[in-house]
Write a protein that binds this ligand. Structure first.
Ligand code: UD1
Length: 421
């Protein structure tokens, strides 16, 4: 298994290009199932999660082609030859559940493996299922699979999501594009990736209003067409790399980064002392020269502080000049990076959904283990600032969501390399 080696203590200087958003792409790709015509996505990130979705769509009968080093992906779902999303693929990635809504909407049937547990919490799919049921789908859970059927098609519904869920909002918006009548979805998630999906669906002929607001209205149509759509920039990758000069010192320009997508995070980062400037073509971040200030954060659905940046922010706060409190409100088991950061000398205590981080003067390189996607990158950030060498194992977690980490960071002077074993 590959490992990443980092010699810390180097101030960063340079530029990092921010890729297309993994989470947007993972919702856009299944939208291809809604039409017989090809859907082309540009600005797609090169990640193992995207490959998993390609594999899943291909297993359903889609033709999937990658162009220009997979920066462009075309998916043609002319014929859907299989309605079963198998456990072998679905278990690798929870976002596989996003084929359920489109398959039932277009084909009237789908069999999708339950995504099961996940390292960062139980993460059920009950809301996806209850919304589809409200649209008239018959559902049965058998042997770890969801069997869904809507022989006469899906019906429009006025549905209020009991919990704000990104995935459920995406799944049901897609399903509603082909349902009979006007669907009104309330308490929708507001994440920019949902708006990006809706823009693409509208380009495919869907009638959607209110994307990016809590109430989305969809007038069902009988069929959708193909489209070409550019994937929105990855706000989580942006936030992650904004933290790199903040923790290791120096100055980095994040090309293509959009500050409007990370406002609550960016405000917090500024409070820690980093200097953040929005420029025409990206975001410039300078690390503080007067030390890092502690802050308290509380994760919330968008536009609040994202859970997907909590681990990375914790890495920064381990070196602050005081005590910070981090409250995790989205996932119940999302502090697995804390014991790994502690191996590097961080002072963190976790109680339930709250972590208290008492800043230390310095971190020391150590062998550490990546436990999930965002935890992995938090260890890299910490290692950039630590004295000596850090060796990170289980970096396959990183490949799910961060493209070319080693080359992006070494272009800014970081001493980082990947070794295969
Ligand atoms: C998406 C993102 C993930 C991010 C998360 C929260 C993708 C591919 N993944 O995940 O990176 O961390 O949003 O911003 O876009 N819930 C239920 N029942 C359900 C669905 C969700 O109880 O049927 C709960 C979850 O357990 C969690 C909360 O709702 O506590 C939010 O989860 P959700 O927004 O659905 O996350 P994902 O879409 O899985």
């Amino acid at each position: 298994m590959d490992r990443i080696l980092i010699e810390g203590g180097v101030q960063l200087s340079g530029e990092i290009s921010i890729s297309g958003a993994k989470n947007a792409c993972l919702a856009l790709m299944p939208a291809a199932l809604l039409t017989r015509q090809p859907l082309t996505l540009t600005n797609t990130p090169f990640l193992s999660d995207i490959n998993t979705m390609r594999e899943l769509l291909a297993s359903l009968g889609c033709e999937v082609a990658g162009l220009q080093n997979n920066r462009i992906i075309t998916i043609a779902a002319d014929k859907i030859s299989n309605h079963i999303a198998k456990y072998d693929i679905v278990r690798k990635m929870r976002a596989s559940i996003l084929v359920l809504g489109p398959l039932v909407a277009r084909e009237g049937k789908a069999v999708v493996s339950l995504p099961g547990g996940c390292a960062i919490g139980a993460r059920p799919v009950d809301i996806h299922l209850s919304a589809l049921q409200a649209m008239g789908a018959d559902l049965e859970l058998k042997e770890g699979y969801i069997f869904a059927e809507a022989t006469r098609g899906l019906q429009a519904v006025d549905y209020t999501f009991p919990v704000v869920s990104v995935g459920a909002t995406e799944n049901i918006v897609m399903a509603a594009t082909l349902a009979k009548g006007k669907t009104i979805l309330r308490n929708c998630a507001l994440e920019p990736e949902i708006k990006d999906l809706c823009v693409c669906l509208v380009g495919m002929g869907a009638k959607i209003q209110g994307a990016g607001t809590p109430t989305i209205t969809i007038d069902g149509v009988s069929e959708l067409t193909g489209n070409t759509h550019s994937v929105i920039v990855d706000r989580i990758e942006l936030g992650t790399y904004m933290l790199a000069p903040a923790i290791s010192g120096g100055e980095v320009f994040l090309r293509g980064g959009r500050i409007d997508l990370v406002e609550s995070f960016s405000k917090m980062l500024s409070k820690t002392g980093a200097n953040v400037t929005a420029l025409d073509e990206g975001v410039l971040v300078k690390g503080s020269t007067d030390g890092i200030l502690p802050v308290n954060i509380s994760t919330e659905p968008y536009p609040g502080f994202p859970t997907d940046l909590q681990a990375q922010m914790m890495a920064l706060l381990t070196l602050s000049q005081g005590t910070s409190k981090l409250e995790e409100n989205i996932f119940e088991n999302r502090f697995m990076h804390a014991p790994e950061l502690a191996r590097m000398g961080a002072n963190i205590s976790v109680e339930g959904g709250t972590a208290q981080v008492v800043g230390v003067a310095s971190l020391k390189g150590a062998p550490v283990m990546a436990t999930d996607l965002r935890a992995s990158i938090s260890l890299i950030l910490a290692a950039l600032a630590a004295r000596g060498q850090t060796v990170i194992s289980r970096v396959y977690h990183l490949d799910r969501g961060y493209e070319n980490v080693t080359s992006k960071l070494s272009a800014c002077g970081a001493k980082i390399k990947r070794i295969s074993s």
